[in-house]
Design a protein around this ligand. Structure first.
Ligand code: CA
Ligand code: CA
Length: 559
């Protein structure tokens, strides 16, 4: 029989054992904030002309019911206006099949839309959580939209003429562009380009010296002198007739990755693979590029760059005409439903001397692409697909705070817009998209968003409809759009189905579905793990979650 004295240590040991278990459990899963929310770092994103973007990291709120209400007012006014609330990003897994997979941070992000350029705003953010807020609930910040870039009023005027120009010249005059850039031009100057063809010839001996454009071996005109935000270097049509930069079939016509605040206006670029090359990821790139009222024709890409620290482009009022046949809409995937494969020329050549890949591709932050006409390209206007949430050890950050608005797209063989691999506050608003080859509006994927699609029109997107949300995008918002296109069960567009005879959408059973809302397969605002079912005729069919969402459709997807 055990004595009391011998039992006491045993009881103590048992107590200590359970106490240590409790401590261990606390150590493994520290309470932190639990369902309460704790505000963290608040970031004002790079402003555009008409939008301001914000990010607010948090801790806690495990039950995802915290919110951030947003109000704003022009500085100096008194009454507040309501804006859309910030979007709750909540550790969604995004990407992973066609792009690097990532986990979205615990945070809020969102934009105040449709502001006035060059105007200061007070912006108020109110965080709430039924479980409580640990910290300062309210932020009031002042932010200014950026102005439309303009030439410097006090800058010098230089004149440039084609190599074969015979008439009298204004002072100070240069043959072509290279000589002006090598010696004379300073920030704030405007180089007026007089009418004629500025011909690059990569096969010619001493080409740049003879013509004032291009370079030996490449035919590329490289600009390496920078302007400033207030004093850009302006290259502008003089107004005495069409100014044409002809690449002579070169790969890159203008390389501006070594120059900031270059401003092109009123010019024609033609006969090249890339008309304006702006940068390379992790290496070098241009900021402050402006391209206004220019025309691009017979190009594979009009404006293309992948450098993640590029900022503040303004690409407006341009005409971009790709090389694809304007009379035929063709994708590169042939199905029985959309028989592109029966068309002459299938599959289309997307790159190379007969292809037209991107109209515009941008990387970085603060860019504006608006009021452009874009036709006959594979993809229209895009965020660089090599984006990610971070670029460790390199300058710059994720592709964010980018606007595409009031553009006109027609006969785009794949997607009028790609937000692919963008992150926060990318806005696609008031665009008209006619004739798109494959699932028009692309988020493949977006890393947390919000990616806003607001007040757009998509008409005729015969293969897979108006919306493309593959590879687990997180944070896609579609508000007030008009989408008139085919719809397929199992595709993101199935969420928007409206029967328009005689179009008969494909169903899982091969019959025509009944009317009604249909949930997105990809679940734009939900973590992938919560999108495990597809509703057909009121019946939920379980789908196996997978990191490779493309496999669910049993077909390859476009790039
Ligand atoms: Ca909560
Ligand atoms: Ca595409």
């Amino acid at each position: 029989m055990k004595s009391r004295s011998s039992c006491f240590p045993m009881v103590s040991l048992v107590f200590l054992f359970f106490l240590s278990l409790a401590s261990f459990a606390t150590g493994v899963a520290p309470a932190k904030n639990g369902n309460r929310v704790k505000p963290g770092q608040f970031v004002i994103g790079d402003p555009t002309l008409i939008c301001l973007g914000f990010e607010w990291t948090i801790e806690g709120d495990d039950n995802h019911n915290a919110t951030v209400a947003v109000q704003y007012r022009k500085k100096g006014t008194t009454s507040w206006k309501e804006a859309l609330p910030l979007l709750r990003l909540q550790n969604e897994e995004a990407g992973g099949a066609l792009t690097p997979g990532t986990v979205v941070p615990n945070m809020f992000a969102g934009s105040i839309l449709d502001l006035e350029p060059d105007t200061e705003y007070e912006c108020k953010f109110q965080m709430s959580d039924p479980d409580g807020v640990d910290g300062i609930k309210q932020k009031i910040v002042t932010a200014r939209t950026r102005p439309e870039p303009k030439p410097f009023a006090g800058g010098r005027i230089l004149h440039a003429y084609p190599a074969n120009y015979k008439g009298s010249k204004e002072k100070e005059a240069f043959m072509g562009l290279v000589s002006a850039f090598r010696g004379a031009v300073e920030p704030g100057d405007t180089i007026l380009m007089h009418a004629g063809v500025y011909q690059s010839d990569r096969t010619a001996y001493n080409s740049a010296m003879r013509s004032g454009v291009g370079s030996d071996g490449f035919g590329t005109t490289r600009l390496t002198k920078s302007g400033t935000p207030e004093k850009p270097i302006v290259i502008k049509a003089a107004g005495d007739g069409e100014v044409i930069f002809d690449g002579g079939g070169c790969a890159v016509l203008f390389d501006v990755m070594g120059a900031n605040y270059i401003h092109f206006e009123g010019l024609t670029f033609r006969n090249t693979d890339v008309a304006i090359y702006t940068g390379v990821k992790n290496v070098l790139g241009s900021s402050g590029l402006t391209v206004k009222r220019c025309r691009f024709e017979n190009v594979c890409m009009a404006i293309w760059g992948t450098y993640q620290a590029s900022k503040n482009y303004y690409i407006a009022d341009n005409v971009l005409i790709g090389r694809f046949n304007a009379k035929i809409l063709m994708g590169n995937i042939g199905t029985d439903l959309v028989p592109y494969k029966t068309l002459s020329g299938f599959p289309p050549k997307i790159n190379g001397p007969t292809g037209s890949y991107y109209g515009v591709t941008v990387a970085g932050q603060g860019h504006v692409i608006c009021y452009n006409r874009i036709e006959n390209f594979w993809d229209g206007t895009c965020v660089d697909q090599a984006g990610s949430l971070s670029f460790p050890g390199k300058p710059g950050g994720p592709h964010a705070n980018i606007d595409f608005y009031n553009n006109y797209y027609c006969n785009i063989y794949d997607n009028p817009v790609e937000m692919d691999c963008g992150t926060h506050n990318i806005r696609f608003m008031r665009n008209l998209c006619l004739n798109s080859g494959h699932a028009a509006l692309s988020c493949q994927p977006i890393y947390g968003g919000p990616g806003y699609f607001i007040r757009n029109i998509v008409y005729h997107a015969p293969d897979r409809g108006a919306i493309k949300m593959y590879d687990r995008p997180a944070g896609v918002i579609h508000y007030h759009n008009t989408y008139c296109s085919e719809v397929y069960i199992g595709q993101p567009s199935a969420n928007l189905w409206i029967p328009i005879p005689p179009i008969q959408p494909l169903t899982m059973t091969g019959s025509v579905p009944t009317t009604g809302l249909r949930p997105n397969f990809c679940g734009s605002l939900l973590p992938a793990a919560r999108c495990e079912t597809l509703k057909i005729r009121g019946r939920y069919i379980p789908l196996k979650p997978s990191r490779n969402s493309a496999r669910h459709w049993g077909r390859s997807v476009t790039g």
